[in-house]
Design a protein around this ligand. Sequence first.
Ligand SMILES: *Cc1c(COP(=O)(O)O)cnc(C)c1O
Length: 369
Amino acid sequence: MSASIIELARANVRELTPYMSARRLGGNGDVWLNANEYPQAPNFTLTAQTFNRYPECQPKQVIERYADYAGIAADQVLVSRGADEGIELLIRAFCEPGQDAILFCPPTYGMYSVSAETFGVERRTVPAKEDWQLDLPAIADSLDGVKVLYVCSPNNPTGNLINQQDLRQVLELAKDRAVVAIDEAYIEFCPQASVSEWLKDYPNLVILRTLSKAFALAGLRCGFTLANNDIIQLLLKVIAPYPLSTPVADIAAQALSPQGIATMRQRVAEIRTTREWFIGELQNCDCVEQVFTSETNYVLARFSASSSVFKSLWDQGIILRDQNKQPGLSGCLRITIGTRQECERVISALATLPGINSPNATNTSSSSL
Ligand SMILES: *Cc1c(COP(=O)(O)O)cnc(C)c1O
């Protein structure tokens, strides 16, 4: 690319570091535990054949089935290309570039920051407290100019739920000034913790959902934004005219059928069982300092030598997610709950780690992160 073309780009885009998704990070593994995906591919057959026609912007059956599933009205649901698009639509609808800000509480999901940066919107952070709950006084002091707050619950990558009382307080603090987006990407693993029933109480509440995690459809790219209809109407002004292709809408509707939802719940039960077994095993590993409780399909753990652990497993084809660079997460790796066999591979790899300080542990050829 010539230098002059790069000069043409917006300054914030020239400086932008794109989101390092698990796929972009690469790796040559056969045990993929770095993206919180479901380990097995569900089976679907396309039924729609009208590929000569443009799809519906908001496919009616998908919207109605999701509204039923979430226990809310159809006019409180927006469907988009993954929850990631929902994150971005909020910024496009509510934040004036160069003027307004978003707020989030690290360590948390990376896309809030990347989306805001792309649009030239200020990213304000209020670090979570040591117990990974919200620092409410600091949030109250940081709301000037903030239009959207993102709170992830259960939080990625820590795995904990945010206290419901604190979520209510944030909604009160933000009343008449900002939208509060609660990211419930993992809520199927702890459905009792959803705040979807609060939509009737808070006009500034937004809930983000996805089919990528418990529904086992990360490759489909389908997510949902739940909010009162005033907000949905604003988001519909800025969404692409055809955000979902016909095959995506077809498969999403099947995934949200009664049968699809029952299958999802079986998957959740099975993952939770594997998770509890896996946490117990991790706690017995010499290289593990701390295992954090999880309400999700992944576990965060602190290791005594996390980079050698990461590289050693990487070299054996077991790909984890390094969270070591996130604030407060030094030495931490995030491990997706895969099949029982995959989790057993992790445990036996950890049990047979080469001496943490031996040259073999560090002298490897894998790419660095
Ligand atoms: C995976 C994830 C998303 C993105 O979901 P998609 O629907 O795949 O875009 C959003 N938020 C959190 C916290 C996630 O972990």
